[in-house]
Design a protein around this ligand. Structure first.
Ligand SMILES: [Mn+2]
Length: 329
């Protein structure tokens, strides 16, 4: 359990807070950040969100008006982030996942508070509030709001519900606990329209996403007697369709859903000879160490990394390591 009282003096004293998360925040990062902002406003504080990299368009319903998109070359943005004495980082405890914004924030002498459920790589902020047993950071934000006797408004509840369904795979992943199911029930009682959230998050695909999937599927490969499934997305595929990077969100889960597949990998080529790797596993196979060995991290069944190198070379290396994970399993 997190000792929320450790931040009580700061919450009491400070008037302005900056909230941020990892690059291209997904459901949990965005939902946690929005809920935290709304809660701080309830406490009559000024709270601002800033992030680097857009979120998937499906999450726009949470995003509206809340986020400032960080522009590394804007003096205005630099001035803005320097104007805060306290920065709260949610759903990430690794500066490496925070882009240029992370580098800049690190150099600023503000107090950094971190609220996260990922296994930490070491000390991250000035105050690290980390609970690895949390199914989602949204769950921790909920505990925090309750601890400080805040009100779970329908808007806060909707943001937290989005956090929870996206990080638990709609209460399907092994990280789903009775506690988080109960929490979801409470959120629905507080006014979440769960079917509306479901439709916005999961039935809101655009055509380019499917076209991108069609292209990616042409590269579908299996390895290790069909226990490994992987596919790749090149920069050319993105360019041909003018598709945003996040349009590939969820593709890797489709690979994991194949019968017999224990490790699923999506490789996405980034500009500048870098590759984003998304790893998923099932049947007790742990891919977090694999992600770590490539400079990333994550959960046992869902992890990722960004790797330097040419796409095909990275694929070869990672698939080889994945085979080793299976052999030692
Ligand atoms: Mn999360």
């Amino acid at each position: 359990m997190i000792n929320w009282d450790s931040i009580k003096p700061i919450l009491k004293k400070e008037k302005r807070f900056l909230i941020t998360s990892h690059v291209c925040p997904e459901g949990d990062a965005l939902g946690s950040a929005v809920a935290l902002k709304l809660f701080l406003q309830q406490m009559k504080k000024e709270a601002f969100l800033i992030n680097e990299g857009k979120s998937a368009s499906q999450l726009n319903f949470l995003n509206h008006g809340h986020f400032r998109l960080f522009n590394p070359s804007s003096p205005d943005d630099q001035w803005f982030i320097e104007s805060f004495k306290v920065v709260i980082v949610v759903d990430v405890s690794d500066w490496g996942h925070m882009g240029v914004l992370g580098d800049r924030l690190r150099k600023i002498p503000s107090t950094k508070i971190c609220i996260d459920h990922h296994p930490p790589k070491g000390k991250f902020g000035d105050i690290d509030l980390i609970d690895r047993t949390g199914s989602a950071t949204g769950q921790l934000i909920y505990q925090m709001i309750k601890h400080f006797k805040g009100k779970i408004t329908p808007e806060i509840a909707t943001a937290l519900y989005t956090s929870i369904i996206t990080d638990t795979g709609q209460f399907a992943y092994p990280n789903t606990t009775t506690e988080v199911i109960q929490l979801a029930s409470d959120l629905v009682k507080q006014g979440v329209n769960h079917y509306d959230v479901y439709q916005k998050v999961y039935e809101n695909n655009n055509w380019t996403k499917l076209q991108l999937m069609e292209k990616a599927l042409r590269s579908l490969h299996s390895d290790a007697d069909q226990q490994i499934a992987w596919m790749k997305i090149t920069q050319d595929m993105y360019k041909e369709l003018d598709a945003p990077f996040d349009d590939a969100e969820g593709f890797v889960d489709q690979l994991r859903a194949i019968h017999g597949v224990k490790i699923a990998i999506l490789f996405r080529e980034l500009p500048g000879e870098q590759v984003r790797i998304n790893l998923r596993s099932k049947d007790g196979v742990n891919v977090s160490e694999l992600a770590k060995s490539f400079g990333g991290g994550g959960h046992p069944n869902a992890a990722g990394a960004v790797c330097n190198g040419k796409l095909d070379e990275v694929i070869e290396k990672v698939v080889l390591s994945a085979k080793k994970v299976l052999n030692s399993h």
